[in-house]
Design a binder for this molecule. Structure first.
Ligand SMILES: [Zn+2]
Length: 308
């Protein structure tokens, strides 16, 4: 049993070693979340399934998209965590996706593929996530994404959407329920990101810790359901911090659970367990070459694209 946070890279190798068992577990446990595939996707032919199995899907994870002249944009300090891009950088990145023929994939579509219920909707797909429901995502990212027909998943901290943001994180305005409802109308998925954004691994070690962990998930779901009429089925750990006890609780609530790498560019494949999705942190520290490298790695079968 794993009590401390595992570095993302180690997790990735460990996951690879365990894929067979985890894959089987995912299939066995998948029945509890009925929204899988949303009933729209058709089962694939054996050939389609084979092709689909070779595809790689990156999840690009953003936190904040600042206007280029936003005085609150933090300085970029190499070697430390960077949680933002500027609007012009985001515009360039979305343009690259569009130019190279990428479309965005929704969480239900991703889950359907991972569980063998459907093939991917296109040869080149990418998922775009935004954590922490920041308002500048609505202001700056959404208009650009709309232009290209892209949608994303907004991982929502319910107390922040309620206007109860914690003091230490109260730097940038957040999206409330009204903005989140707009995203739903635009075809976005709303994911859960706990009530208060605690370190769940640490919380799990307290007295009745797993109960507290569960309350962070059930409470978040309840609030999202109350305000948006949706029960979230997708989750990501605050700050990427987790352990296997926390994971067990999360799997009772969610069809997909996402991890997060600030140091690597991991891809998801047909063999990835839905509850151990990998995401890449996109920030001002990532240069253009690295971003394009992600797209090359993710290219579909027909492109013949290679890593640079
Ligand atoms: Zn977060």
């Amino acid at each position: 049993m794993n009590s401390v946070k595992m570095p993302e890279r180690k997790l990735s190798r460990r996951r690879l070693l365990s894929l067979g068992a985890y894959g089987a577990m995912a299939v066995l446990s998948g029945g509890s979340q009925s929204a899988a595939g949303e009933g729209k996707d058709q089962p694939t032919s054996p050939r389609g399934r084979k092709e689909s199995a070779l595809q790689k899907v990156p999840i690009l994870c953003y936190h904040r998209v600042h206007s280029d002249d936003d005085p609150d944009t933090p300085p970029i300090r190499p070697g430390t965590y960077c949680g933002h891009v500027t609007r012009s950088v985001f515009q360039w990145q979305m343009e690259q996706l569009a130019k190279r023929g990428f479309s965005t994939i929704t969480r239900p579509q991703l889950y359907a593929w991972l569980t063998g219920k459907a093939k991917l909707p296109a040869a080149k797909v990418v998922a775009i996530d935004f954590d922490d429901n920041r308002l500048n995502v609505m202001e700056n990212a959404v208009p650009i994404m709309k232009r290209y027909g892209f949608t994303g998943t907004a991982f929502t901290i319910s107390s922040w959407a309620d206007g109860r943001e914690s003091e230490d994180m109260k730097v940038f305005p957040v999206m409330g329920w009204r903005e989140l409802a707009k995203l739903v109308k635009l075809g976005w998925t709303i994911g859960a990101h706990t009530v208060n954004h605690p370190d769940l691994a640490k919380l799990s070690k307290k007295e009745n810790g797993l109960k507290l962990v569960e309350q962070e998930m059930s409470g978040c779901n309840e609030e999202i359901r109350r305000h948006l009429g949706i029960t979230p089925l997708d989750f990501t750990y605050p700050d990427g911090l987790w352990n296997e006890d926390v994971e067990k609780v999360a799997r009772r609530y969610y069809r997909t659970i996402r991890h997060w790498s600030t140091t690597d560019t991991p891809m998801n494949t047909a063999a990835t367990a839905p509850y151990r999705l990998q995401a890449i942190n996109i920030s001002m520290l990532m240069d253009k070459k690295t971003f394009l490298g992600i797209l090359d790695k993710a290219s579909g079968l027909s492109s013949g694209s290679q890593n640079r």
